[in-house]
Design a protein around this ligand. Sequence first.
Ligand SMILES: [Zn+2]
Length: 257
Amino acid sequence: MGKSKISANSVSGHRCRTIAVALCIIFYFECTPNSARNLSFCPKSLLLSLLIQRNATNYLSSQTNFQRIIPLIPYVQVIRHIFFFTILCTYLAACQDDDSIDFIPVYDVPEDYQEIVDLFVDEAAVRGIELTIDNLIVLEDPDLPFDLCGSCNASDLNIKVQRIVSIHPRRCWPNNLQKEALLFHELGHCILGRSHTSALLPNGDFKSLMVPSNIGVYSPCVYQFGGAADDCNFTFKRTYYIDELFDPDMPIPDWAR
Ligand SMILES: [Zn+2]
């Protein structure tokens, strides 16, 4: 559950910004006033070529003409700074657009799962959290590994990416509360941005519904092998686990002390 698969589109903006900053830094430091070897590739040489109405490369090929450039260098320094910040800001703005303009979230939840998504929103509201879910696809994916009941593609809320909860078609839940726990766990990733935790409560029970590969933390009995009838009934723990889902700092419940 909750296998994080960040899409390539989601990192393009970060990569774009990194490349832009790197290019600008190289551009800036390579184009120092004394760096005649790269001068023809620098903004200042292009400006100089405009100023003196001549081709920059030809101009620099002449030592005499290069001497004539030197008095212009203080002005070129100012222009260089303006160029640098203009180009940097332009690149960064373009990268930002890459993330925000191209992304249009889709909401597509089959009827079979919609009821649980609605319940997730209701449980949040009961706890004072207003959730509007407009970026969510729930689908059954036969390509999921067999031992995975479900998966969310991205749990980092800072990344603008289509949120997709994939469910294995074998439908591994033996009862509706385990189906709910599976969906709530995946929505914990996709909507709340929560990560896995295998922390334990004092009695040895898992602390959170965000434990990997366990959708039975508040399940009713599935199989009963002797013992008291309620020994395998954990439904009384449901309130705590949903409280903790929306607030990881929830105090330890009495039943776990
Ligand atoms: Zn998970």
